[in-house]
Design a protein around this ligand. Structure first.
Ligand code: HEM
Ligand code: HEM
Ligand SMILES: [Fe+2]
Length: 456
């Protein structure tokens, strides 16, 4: 750790870990309901557990992004954070909001707008927290007078994510209008500005881990972000096919969203070639697994499995089925879960001196059990989804009859999700098992490999 205030990141990561664990509890509960009679139907029905599952995901991933940013900005701008106190107040407010919102869902207090179910008071707290966060980071950079491209892309993504949350604050009477604007937040987040966040974190990690030349890495980062926007903005229309808007959105959505994988393939090539060209200059092989893993899994979950159902001719059958859940899991995991776990794996040894810099054996088990488990879950959702589409949408079988026929796939989902959960459990255990000690290392550029210090 080169700057004392980077220690703030640890507490953000710790909160993220706890909420990640809780997210899986509600995922397993949601899956269990597919398996047979539901003894909890009057207390915690499927719609409630699913909302808790997805909202916890969004909250903990954003917590991870904020923690990652608080770690990265002091290093990139070479200064302490503007206000450590503000960062802690922000974390407290954010955590209280998250917990209160989840408890509120238990009492059916929410808006019912998928993924944006947060009631208005929670949404206002989210806006306040985002403003505090951006102010703190902005002031830090202003004081330092140094903004790198990597940092700029990361912060651009975070600021745009906050701006794109604004449509979610408004209420629309007309259902078509409500859905139309919902995608300005959800789609432009995950297929637009969050990819800038992923790209920024990935560039930071690759520069540090591989020792690749910063100038080259940042040039490619611009190209990738350019490709994201080129396809991603009009690609929003792949959510407009069946919502009651004019039919010209069909070709626009199909054409532009089919181009979206370009940026994701670009990102995977970028990660691979950085390692191939520059080798591994840093001992932390575990962080490298998560970083390159994120690029490859994104290409699979978002790129391949996204494009698999993005054309109108396919989506008219698959829309809103378990095919969507298949893609949602693999894409979210690869792009956003894995990059947060990469940042944590990279930063943790500097904050917990007893940890091995290379990563622990347990850490590698956590990696492979998660990757294998999530791959299995994706296949379980895929086989269930294909069955559902044929039986329900093509053969015209009733929804519940079709669900009975595909129930076996949920046994596979539960089995693979259990492996995944063990992997997450190991990661969380590995995170907490060494106590943090926030000692600043005074030796020159301690986290940079020799020979690349001049570039960084
Ligand atoms: C990291 C990037 C991505 C993430 C995290 C992601 C995640 C998701 C999620 C969670 C949904 C469900 C949303 C909802 O119903 O509210 C969804 C839907 C969808 N995604 Fe993605 N996605 C990503 C990238 C892509 C890409 C690149 C494509 C196309 C090439 C794509 C195509 C689709 C389509 C067509 C749907 C609508 C499914 C339906 O009609 O039910 N996604 N995505
Ligand atoms: C123990 C592991 C997990 C289990 C058992 C699980 C199970 C489920 C189930 C059953 C649903 C409802 C699907 C439906 O609507 O029919 C769901 C939704 C969802 N889960 Fe998970 N999940 C797990 C982990 C995760 C993880 C790690 C992520 C993020 C990477 C995630 C992201 C999502 C998303 C985005 C949705 C909404 C999909 C949609 O648009 O309908 N889940 N999950
Ligand atoms: Fe989309």
């Amino acid at each position: 750790m080169r700057y004392k205030s980077q220690s703030v990141a640890y507490w953000y990561f710790a909160v993220a870990m706890a909420l990640f664990g809780l997210q899986l509890v509600f995922g397993l509960l949601s899956a269990a309901k597919y398996l047979g009679p539901d003894p909890l139907i009057n207390v915690l029905p499927f719609d409630v557990t699913k909302v808790m599952h997805t909202n916890l995901l969004i909250v903990w991933v954003l917590t991870g992004f904020m923690g990652g940013t608080y770690w990265l900005v002091p290093e990139e701008s070479r200064t302490e954070l503007h206000s450590v106190k503000l960062a802690y107040v922000q974390l407290l407010l954010w955590s209280l909001m998250g917990i209160a919102t989840i408890i509120g869902y238990f009492f059916r207090y929410g808006t019912g707008n998928k993924l944006l179910e947060q009631p208005l008071p929670s949404k206002l707290v989210i806006v306040i927290v985002m403003l505090m966060f951006l102010y703190n980071i902005g002031m830090t950079i202003r004081r330092a007078g140094r903004l790198t491209t990597t940092e700029g892309v990361l912060l651009g993504g975070l600021a745009l994510a906050a701006i794109l949350y604004v449509p979610a604050l408004l209420h629309y009477q007309n259902y078509t209008v409500a859905i139309f604007y919902r995608w300005w937040t959800i789609h432009l987040w995950v297929e637009g500005v969050w990819e800038m966040i992923q790209g920024g974190l990935m560039a930071y990690l690759l520069i540090r881990l591989s020792g690749a030349d910063r100038e080259v890495m940042e040039k490619w980062l611009y190209i990738i972000v350019g490709l994201v926007f080129l396809a991603g903005i009009l690609g929003t229309a792949h959510h407009y096919y069946w919502i009651g808007v004019p039919s010209y959105w069909l070709p626009i959505g199909g054409m532009f969203s089919a181009l979206e994988p370009l940026a994701l393939v670009g990102m995977a090539i970028y990660a691979y070639s950085a390692i191939r060209r520059s080798g591994l200059a840093h001992p932390n092989g575990l962080a490298l697994h998560w970083t390159v893993g994120s690029a490859v899994f994104t290409m699979f979950g978002a790129g391949l499995l996204g494009v698999a159902h993005t054309l109108p001719s396919v989506n008219k059958w698959t829309h809103g089925t378990l095919i969507t859940a298949m893609h949602g899991h693999a894409a979210f995991y690869g792009a956003y879960v894995m990059i947060v776990l990469a940042m944590i794996s990279y930063a943790l040894p500097a904050m917990c001196p007893e940890r091995s810099e290379k990563g622990t054996a347990l850490g590698y088990w956590a990696f492979w059990l998660q990757v294998g488990g999530m791959f299995g879950m994706t296949l379980a959702f895929a086989t269930a989804g294909i069955g559902q589409v044929y039986l329900e949408r093509i053969m015209g079988m009733g929804y519940l009859d079709a669900q009975l026929k595909i129930q076996i796939h949920f046994v596979m989902l539960t089995a693979t999700a259990s492996l995944f959960t063990i992997g997450v459990g190991l990661f969380i255990y590995d995170f907490f098992r060494y106590a943090p000690k926030f000692a600043v290392r005074t030796d020159a550029q301690p986290d940079l490999p020799l020979g690349v210090a001049a570039n960084n």
